[in-house]
Design a protein around this ligand. Structure first.
Ligand code: ZN
Length: 275
């Protein structure tokens, strides 16, 4: 079982509190990643996980899926990142449908979910039309972290223990450096070449994945400093700065998160609109 699949199962069990059955082998060398049942509502879920380590192929796309291209080594990663691949290869094959019905999953009476690292808007539109839910792996990680942060119990699950440790370490390391013991931050020299352009951007949005929080700033705000923030690093492990040419674009981005705490910076943006 892949690490990402273990994390998804940990999420479903611990955050959703559903019962799970992972890794079910089917005929024709196929496999179901995860089945889940909500014990309260008895809703059923077929969940497939596809989280690519590659930055090029991280997003799920709506590009045309061609089974012939799946056999070509250079085309395979691209094909496996299409929604069509999931529809025809993961949700719709006879071997998988037969196995699902053995588990009492009748067509139309269960939900299909793809867990992935972001997606394109057209992939989302097609998924909606096909009744397929898309779950963002980054949000799952965040929800696990938030959910276990306040639990005092000891985790017997290795995945949860690891995530808990990792998150505690990140939050500690992100505390503003006012002592010599703080860890060295990523230097500006490692930032990419678009930095020069970024410096001209008038608007910036910072989002903190761990806290589920986002703020829209003007470049000259003291909390922003052209996307350097107050800690002097362009990006950190728990969050990210993104630059925008217009306020409208920045607002669209800000509203695209599923965060309760996503708003205009109280220091630079609200004072500006008042004057
Ligand atoms: Zn600001």
């Amino acid at each position: 079982m892949e690490t990402t699949e273990k994390i998804v199962e940990a999420y479903v069990r611990h955050v959703k509190r559903w019962a799970t059955i992972p890794n079910i082998r089917c005929d024709a060398q196929q496999e179901i990643d995860l089945l889940a049942i909500n014990p309260v509502t008895l809703e059923r879920y077929h969940i497939e996980t596809s989280v690519s380590g590659s930055q090029v192929y991280s997003k799920l796309t709506n590009k045309e899926f061609d089974p012939a291209l799946l056999k070509l080594r250079v085309q395979k990663p691209k094909m496996r990142r299409t929604l069509g691949y999931f529809i025809s290869h993961k949700f719709g094959t006879k071997a998988i449908l037969d196995k699902l019905s053995e588990y009492g999953f009748k067509d139309g009476a269960y939900k299909k979910v793809v867990v992935t690292w972001d997606w394109t808007p057209d992939a989302k539109a097609t998924a909606d039309a096909q009744n397929i839910e898309l779950w963002d792996f980054r949000m799952l990680m965040r929800d696990i972290a938030t959910s276990i942060q306040h639990s005092r119990g000891y985790f017997t699950d290795d995945t949860l223990r690891t995530i808990n440790l990792f998150m505690r370490a990140l939050v500690d390391a992100e505390t503003p450096p006012n002592t010599e013991t703080s860890i060295p931050r990523r230097s500006k020299a490692t930032c990419n070449g678009s930095r020069e352009q970024d410096l001209a951007a008038p608007y910036w949005v910072y989002r903190n994945w761990i806290r589920g929080r986002a703020r829209l700033h003007m470049a000259n705000c003291s909390y922003c400093n052209n996307g350097s923030g107050t800690q002097g690093s362009l990006n950190s492990v728990t969050g990210e700065w993104k630059s925008f040419k217009s306020e409208t674009e920045a607002k669209v981005f800000l509203d695209s998160f599923d965060y309760d705490d996503a708003k205009l910076c109280g220091a630079c943006m609200t004072s500006r609109t008042r004057t």
